[in-house]
Design a protein around this ligand. Structure first.
Ligand SMILES: Nc1nc2c(ncn2[C@@H]2O[C@H](COP(=O)(O)OP(=O)(O)O)[C@@H](O)[C@H]2O)c(=O)[nH]1
Ligand SMILES: [Mg+2]
Length: 288
């Protein structure tokens, strides 16, 4: 398995031999430290106490299994797969600067290509020249096509071109990169809305995924970003990046509870193969 073996486990279960008040308190503390958030932690631990009592559980090992079960239930907030049936399908990648949008597009392009899809990238981050260059490098690595315009050009026009090219080339899926920062937040939201409208007009709305990329190392801050984007963007899923090496995997639970949007992929490194589809059961296993 080893699916999420780069995620640090909670170490609470090793030092305890009985399930008492200290045990629950230590667990609570550990979950909060893992960035699960106060509310989500309280809810999980309360539920755990109830089930432990009800089932008369005595062994920490059994509590572990019980906690996993609760985490998996809490993570069940929607389908974790991508809906790309209608062609050309579109995946719009949004999120603030530096969270890993461009890198994730590169990794995802590689995955989708290997699955037999014709993939086209759209360099919708026209804010900096380097952004299109960076995406071009990923297009080369994944061996897929890319549509780009010059720095400062209209991203909606790039997307319009990409949609036309996708139809002409019979592409299966278009991955749209976007800027994470503009002169102000309102500008960014307006721009994303404009891009979204072009996609809806030129493509099949039933096969549009809007993936919000969040950096796991920013913890609860990421949730604030998510709420800001969520207000206008119609997010269909989350990609949580940089889970490699953090002990902050609990943020996945906070996202599920507070946003009600499923995590669909997680990033576990900077390489092209470091993207995993999100599997709640394997994740709970890795965390606990
Ligand atoms: N460790 C790690 N680094 C990542 C991951 N995803 C992206 N990065 C790094 O984060 C930095 C910003 O990524 P980038 O894709 O340019 O972010 P963008 O501004 O949202 O497009 C780069 O140095 C990436 O290599 C990940 O899953 N793990
Ligand atoms: Mg980028």
């Amino acid at each position: 398995m080893g699916l999420f073996n780069k995620i640090k486990k909670l170490n609470i279960f090793s030092g305890f031999f009985s399930v008492d008040e200290d045990f629950f308190e230590e667990l609570e503390e550990n979950l909060i430290l893992s960035d699960m958030g106060m509310d989500t932690t309280m809810e999980a631990v309360e539920e755990l106490r109830d089930r432990v009592k009800e089932r008369k559980i005595k062994e920490p090992e059994e509590v572990k299994a019980c906690l996993r079960e609760i985490l998996v239930e809490m993570l069940d907030v929607g389908d974790t797969s991508l809906h790309l049936e209608e062609k050309p399908a579109v995946i719009l990648m949004i999120g603030v600067n530096g969270v890993g949008k461009t890198t994730t597009i590169g990794k995802l392009a590689n995955v989708l290509k290997k699955e037999g899809n014709r993939v086209l990238l759209a360099a919708g981050d026209t804010f900096r020249a380097a952004a299109a260059d960076q995406l071009t490098i990923w297009a080369d690595r994944a061996k897929v096509d890319i549509i780009k315009h010059g720095e400062g050009s209209d991203p909606a026009a790039v997307v319009f071109d990409a949609m036309n090219a996708a139809r002409a080339r019979k592409s299966d899926v278009v991955l749209v990169d976007t800027a994470g920062r503009l002169h102000n937040k309102q500008n960014l939201m307006n721009e994303l809305n404009k891009i979204s409208r072009v996609i809806d007009r030129e493509g099949n709305t039933s096969s549009k995924e809007v993936l919000l990329v969040l950096d796991a190392t920013t913890g609860q801050n990421g949730l604030i970003q998510a709420k800001q984007f969520g207000e206008s963007a119609g997010i269909t899923g989350i990609v949580l990046t940089k889970l490699d090496g953090t002990a902050k995997g609990g943020i996945v639970l906070a996202i599920a509870k507070e946003l009600g949007v499923p995590v669909k992929y997680v990033g576990l490194g900077e390489g092209i193969d470091d993207l995993q589809p999100f599997d709640p059961v394997a994740f709970a296993e890795a965390l606990v």
